[in-house]
Design a protein around this ligand. Structure first.
Ligand code: FES
Length: 206
């Protein structure tokens, strides 16, 4: 059994499992509109530490994530799987955006709404550029990879998809932590772990 930390919560996982699978099982805040088929990028995560415990980026990630984004430690949760037993810490893009938005409406002490607006807008702009800037080309590559049927209807188990979406939404609306996870207080971590730099990901030429 391996332990993975997603959005400051420790979760049990198995070798080979994808971050999206672990997050969904524990109702962590993550998006997955294409049900893990590498099409929507809603499952994007920033790997805060332990990137070397994951498989190398896949074709789907090279399609959708710009080289700079990969180098900043971002991965698709549906493509990044555990290949080592070392500790992995990840922050989902959904949660990252939620926290950045929260910092605008309720600025932490010593910060202002105006200065907190900048990282939020930069993140939203980057995400949109990922999609709109290279959209047609990436769609064609994805169509080629998935085939027309999976491309048009990527959801494999609609019942599970609805159940997981409901559980995640309920937690978002104040349902509290999932019983299977341990909540990590980020301020209790040693200083150097609180702001661990994102690992550089080696990017082969496209
Ligand atoms: S769930 Fe859609 S790209 Fe990962």
């Amino acid at each position: 059994m391996v332990q993975v930390e997603i959005n400051d919560e420790v979760m049990e996982a198995q070798l080979g499992e994808r971050l999206l699978t672990i997050a969904r099982r524990n109702a962590a805040h993550i998006g997955f509109y294409c049900d893990g088929n590498g099409l929507c990028t809603m499952c994007e995560c920033r790997i805060l530490s332990g990137a070397d415990q994951l498989n190398p980026p896949t074709d789907a990630e090279y399609t959708w994530l710009p080289a700079a984004r990969l180098a900043d430690g971002y991965r698709l949760g549906c493509q990044a799987a555990l290949r080592g037993t070392g500790y992995v810490r990840a922050l989902t893009r959904a949660e990252e955006l939620r926290r950045q938005l929260g910092a605008i409406f309720n600025p932490p002490p010593g910060t202002s709404a105006t200065e907190n607006l900048r990282p939020f807008l930069a993140n939203v702009a980057m995400v949109n550029w990922e999609h709109i800037g290279t959209f047609p080309f990436n769609l064609l590559r994805t169509l080629n990879r998935l085939g027309p049927l999976r491309f048009l209807w990527p959801v494999e188990d609609l019942g599970l998809f609805i159940r997981d979406t409901t559980r995640i939404t309920q937690r978002m609306l104040g349902g509290g932590p999932s019983p299977s996870v341990r909540v990590v207080d980020p301020t209790a971590l040693p200083k150097d772990e609180q702001l661990a730099p994102a690992p550089a990901t080696k990017t082969p030429p496209r």
